[in-house]
Write a protein that binds this ligand. Sequence first.
Ligand code: SF4
Length: 453
Amino acid sequence: MYEFAVAPAVTNIRRRGVEISEVTPESLGAEMDLEPGDRIIKVNGRVVRDYLDFRFHTAGETELLIEVRKKTGEDWELELERAEDEDFGFSFDQIVPRQCANECLFCFCKGNPTDARPSLFVRDEDIRLSFLYGNYTTLTSITEDELQRIIEQRLTPQYVSVHATDLDVRAYLLGVDKERADIGEKLKRLLDAGIEIHAQVVLCPGINDDEVLLKTIHDLAAEYPRITSMAIVPLGLTRYNTDTRLTPVTPGFCRNVVHQLATVQEQLRSRLGTNFAFLGDEIYLRAGLGIPGRSHYGEYPQIEDGVGMVRSFHDDFARTIKRLERNGADHLSKSPGTIFTGTLFAPVLQKLINKLNARFHTQLSVVAVANGYFGGDVSVAGLLTGRDLLAASEQLEGEFAIIPKQMLKSDEAIMLDGMSTAAVEEKLGVPIHAVDLSGLTNLLLSVDTNQSD
Ligand code: SF4
């Protein structure tokens, strides 16, 4: 979930052009007398809808006619010449995302508590955010303009939620009719135009598993390497999602899927040279099985979707330990502290931290925090909230706390339940460091952990 990218949809009204949010001093943009609040409407006669358009229409152009609506309401036309690679020094407004027109059975929006912040209810389905951040789209309501834009502006790769290639099943899962659910022609156009596609399946027991899943893998793999990879992630149900058509994912279900996929992956590997269909880390963890080794994931094509993230972290951490053994660990922080994480990842992290503590006399503890805010089977670290941390506060040990960075809004230290990091810090009485997995090892190695971020 890329909440930072969808937040403006709640607060912004769509207007013409793209708004400049910052201008670097002494840049070309500053020389043009443009300032924050001004909107670029057209470049060389072509309409600018967002900053991707601006970049596309200006790329490689040395002679430009730029139409601007000043924040004062004046309209300017600016003619200029620039060196081909000369930067304008502009920062722009975030993209206001287009909304989806589906009614997916498993939509996360239906599983939000009613008091969750408004941006969590935004159903984004935007090919630009797919290109920029790896957000998945279903392509069910993509317009001709958008298809052409992907192709013309080379917005590749695109991330597509396929869920099932069986049309009846896809339509049922997305809550749309079969005509809308059928994206065969659209996909073909993108693939024929050289657009790289990464596919996703949200696996719902009893709906798109077993034979339906095998068919989906088979159909998508037939397009390899044009379809580069496929991520299979489990359905997640909060306590608010009570749709009786959905069956929770159990450890037994996950074990079956892992075993079923092992054979398929072996066949794909020998035929394509890649496993192609990758299971989300959550499936292995819920199954109680080990995460596959490094070579299983190739170039980690779906790491942002939680596929291979645990393997990558595990290997980074192991490398860090080796480096410390080689170079000495005098600089390693020995202050006692607590790492809060979700119940799913806690056992993995606990093992690694135990190793670190034993070898280098660090004093870190790991606390598995239950997700009381969303409830259900939500156990990933990124969906923990401030009140979940406070509920686990008695387990806090030491002088600082580390939390997953994904718990916070990207542009503000606010958690999903609206609590600020500062408020939680105050209640816990220790500084909090919010880090992602790759930042965790760096943090332990480098900083004075008694100062908050
Ligand atoms: S595509 Fe489906 S899951 Fe995604 S926001 Fe729309 S309804 Fe929800």
